[in-house]
Design a protein around this ligand. Structure first.
Ligand code: AMP
Length: 423
C-alpha cells in the first residue's frame, strides 16, 4: 500500500514510525512532515488547507490510504473531499468532526443521549451569560465554541474572573469574537484521556493515558499543547474503562450513526474521574499529541489493518494487542514556549540519547539545516521510553533527555509524577 500521512508533529512522527513498520506499507509519504519523519517517510510540501492539492498528489502517487493527524483538516472536511475523489481516508468526516469543532454540538449530543458531562448552557451574548454566571456562582468554566488550539477554556475561580472571560471571548480576545460560548459546572476529580477506534457502527478501546498540560514542574505555569504523557493511566481501572465505553463512547457512536454521520476514526475522550464516575470534559476527533506517541510504543499489533478496518466499518471482530509495559514521553520545548521563542537553534546528542535502553525519540518541530537538526517550533522533541512500569519508563526517558545537548530547550522534570506517587 502507498500511504500518505498529513501533519508535522510528534504525533505524526509516531504514526509514521508505526506505519513504516507494517509489512503492508510500501511507499510512505508525509505532508509536510519534519526532520525526524523524513527518516521514516518521504516528506512532501503540501498545504493541508488546499484539499485540491492533496487530492492531486494522492492520485499522482496512487495513494491507497490517507491518515489525517491534526483536527483542523478533519473539521474542514478533508476526509469527505478525499473519499468523494475516490481516495480512502482515515478519520471522521466534517459533520462528525463537530464533536471537536463545536463544544455546543457535543454538549447537546451528551444531553440528548444521557452521556455524563458537566451541566451547561449555551450563550450568544454577554449579558445573558453573565446573568447565568452570577446565578450559578464560582468556580465555573467558560468555553468558546470552535477550535481554539487549547486556548478557548477558562476555569474561573471567581464570578469576576468568569465575567472577564466572557467579555474577552465575545470581544475577540481569542482572535475573532466568539459567536457562541458554553458555560458549564466545574467538575472535580482526576483527569485522564481515553482513546477508542471507531468504524461508524462500533468502537474498540485503544488505551488510556494521562498528560501534563502546564508548562512547568508541579503542574504550574501556563497551559500548553502538552508537556508529556504516559500510558496506561493507573487510575483507569478495568471497571472505569468499561464504564467509559458503555456510558460515553458507545452512546456517542450510536448517536452519530442515527444522525446519518457515522463516526470513523479515533475518538479521544478527555475525562474527569469524579466521585460519581467518569464524566466527559471534551471530545477530540484524532489522536492526542503527545498521547499518540506513548500509545504507538505500547501497541504490539500492526496499526495499518486497524486503520483500514475502521475506515471500512469492519471493527466488529477486530482485536488489538498491546505490550503490558508502560510508556512515557517527555516533551522538550524551545525556551519561552508557550510564549514567544526562537527557532533555528542546533540540537546535538540525539543519536547518543536514542541508544538508552527502551528509548525512542520522536520529532515534533525540527528541520534539517546544513546537515544539522535545528528547532523549528515550540514543542520540538518527544523523548519516549518503555519500561516495566511508569517509574522505569520515566527514568529511561530522563536519562536520554540528559544526553541531548540543546541549551535553548527545556522540559519538565516530573512527567509521570501521579503514576509514580500512586505506585
Ligand atoms: P477542554 O479544552 O475542554 O479539554 O478544557 C481544557 C481543560 O480545562 C481541561 O483539560 C480541564 O483541565 C479544564 N476543564 C474543562 N472543562 C472543565 C470542567 N467542566 N470542570 C473542570 N475542569 C474543566
Amino acid at each position: 500500500m502507498n500511504i500518505l500521512i498529513l501533519g508535522s508533529g510528534g504525533r505524526e512522527h509516531a504514526l509514521a514510525w508505526k506505519i513504516a513498520a507494517s509489512p503492508l506499507a510500501d511507499r510512505l509519504y508525509c505532508a509536510p512532515g519534519n526532520a525526524g519523519i523524513a527518516r521514516e517517510a518521504e516528506c512532501v510540501v503540501l498545504d493541508l488547507a488546499d484539499h485540491g492539492a492533496i487530492i492531486g498528489f494522492a492520485k499522482e502517487k496512487n495513494i491507497d490510504l490517507v491518515v489525517v493527524g491534526p483536527e483542523a483538516p478533519l473539521c474542514a472536511g478533508i476526509v469527505d473531499d478525499l473519499e468523494t475523489a475516490g481516495i480512502n481516508a482515515f478519520g471522521p468526516g466534517k459533520w462528525a468532526a463537530r464533536l471537536e469543532g463545536s463544544k455546543g454540538f457535543t454538549k447537546d449530543l451528551c444531553k440528548a443521549n444521557k452521556i455524563p458531562t458537566a451541566a451547561y448552557e449555551r450563550f450568544k451574548g454577554a449579558a445573558a451569560a453573565k446573568d447565568y454566571v452570577r446565578k450559578k456562582g464560582a468556580p465555573i468554566v467558560v468555553k468558546a465554541d470552535g477550535l481554539a488550539a487549547g486556548k478557548g477554556v477558562v476555569v474561573a475561580e471567581t464570578v469576576q474572573e468568569a465575567e472577564a472571560a466572557i467579555d474577552m471571548m465575545f470581544g475577540g480576545g481569542l482572535g475573532a469574537p466568539a459567536w457562541e460560548i458554553v458555560i458549564e459546572d466545574c467538575l472535580v476529580g482526576e483527569e485522564a484521556s481515553f482513546f477508542a477506534l471507531c468504524d461508524g457502527h462500533t468502537a474498540i478501546a485503544l488505551a488510556s493515558a494521562q498528560d501534563h498540560k502546564r508548562a512547568f514542574d508541579g503542574d504550574k505555569g501556563p497551559n500548553t499543547g502538552g508537556m508529556g504523557a504516559y500510558s496506561p493511566a493507573p487510575i483507569m481501572t478495568a471497571d472505569v474503562n468499561r464504564r467509559v465505553m458503555d456510558e460515553i463512547i458507545m452512546p456517542t457512536v450510536r448517536a452519530l450513526k442515527a444522525m446519518g454521520a457515522p463516526y470513523k476514526g479515533v475518538l479521544f475522550a478527555g475525562l474527569m474521574l469524579t466521585k460519581a464516575g467518569p464524566q466527559l470534559i471534551e471530545y477530540n476527533v484524532r489522536f492526542g499529541d503527545p498521547e499518540c506517541q506513548v500509545l504507538m510504543l505500547r501497541m504490539m499489533s500492526d496499526l495499518v489493518p486497524a486503520l483500514l478496518a475502521a475506515r471500512d466499518g469492519q471493527l466488529k471482530n477486530f482485536d488489538l494487542r498491546w505490550y503490558d509495559d508502560a510508556a512515557l514521553t517527555v516533551v522538550m520545548a524551545a525556551k519561552g514556549y508557550p510564549g514567544s521563542y526562537s527557532k533555528g537553534t542546533v540540537i546535538c546528542g540525539l543519536d547518543d540519547a536514542a541508544q538508552v535502553d527502551g528509548v525512542q525519540i520522536f520529532h515534533a518541530g525540527t528541520k534539517l539545516e546544513n546537515g544539522k537538526i535545528v528547532a523549528n517550533g515550540g514543542r520540538v522533541l518527544n523523548v519516549c521510553a518503555l519500561g516495566e512500569n511508569v517509574a522505569e519508563a520515566q527514568a529511561r526517558a530522563y536519562s536520554a533527555v540528559d544526553k541531548i545537548k540543546w541549551p535553548e530547550g527545556f522540559c519538565r522534570r516530573d512527567i509521570g509524577w501521579r503514576a509514580v506517587v500512586r505506585k
